[in-house]
Design a protein. Sequence first.
Length: 361
Amino acid sequence: MHQTFLRGYNEALVIALARASATFERGDVADATGLTPQAVSKVLARLLGEGVVAPAGVRRPATGRAAGVYELVPDSRFAIGAHVSRRMLRLALTDLAGAVLASTATVLPGDFTPGQLLDALVEQVRQLRAARDLSDRLVGVGIGMIGPLDHAAGTVRDAHRLRHWHDVPLASMAQQALGLPVHVDKDVTAGVTAEAWRRGPGFRDAALIMVEAGVGAGLWLGGSAHRGAHTNAGEFGHTVVQLDGPACVCGRRGCLEAVHDQAFAAGDVQRAARVLGVGVVNLLQTLDLGHVVLAGADLIRHSGVYLDAVTATVSAEVPRADWLTVDVSVSTLAENSIAAGAAMQILDARYGVPGLAVVTG
């Protein structure tokens, strides 16, 4: 078992390097991973046999021996990611490099049941598979779901504002319905995974803030997803910012989500964005992050307002903002950020090594 783990780990190290570099040599692999030349040769042979990397010519230096060059084969593997919101089901098909190749979206019934979600998921997966020949290259389906949930068990515990989602074993139900491996995680954790894939090893301490029929935060700490002791970290929207504030769906009063949503529903987007900014400052003071990425369909529609408000609040309210610097941005994946991240999590399960400091030069 130990040997099998090391084999998979070493292969994942090489795939991570290949994702970050247009081409690479055996020496690059040894430098980035610490593997011996013999181990590098064995790993490359397996990956070449699987078709996930391929020869890309020969590099002839001014002095010394010529070296074989390799590259990732993005279309050797695919994954489908699903984003379940309270209103929509969005799917994204990605390749091994994490590029979004196709996406679909369908409206879900109000207060939908597990059965209704699975029916919609099966149909949307069928459509994506029918539109492209994936043959045996589809690794599986990732699902970014509303929390609270138990990621380790694949069970949705009590999804906020959804009455039919108490201790629902979504991972096992979806795997049976689809006949494919299924990975279930919180929507925001899937989203921050997508950002980490795209931004590289410099993205070590970060949060993705999602505003879409609720507010949540996906945490990427020390170079990997942070899920907490019960795999339920990220309930950022249910931190209190106003003691006598409006009632929240979680049972408390004055939660950031409730105060934000009250302003948003009244059409005061500027105030809603300011409330979010205050919450982001609280998060920065707690975790000392280097990156904050804004995402979610409701936020994307007003991305300029939110970006300006959050940036201004951070600048004004973080003590020594000249020293405690943070990059605030809007996700370039727009409404696909959660679905794409869920697909990348499926690929990570087989080909990923979170936090690997790969050589990109």
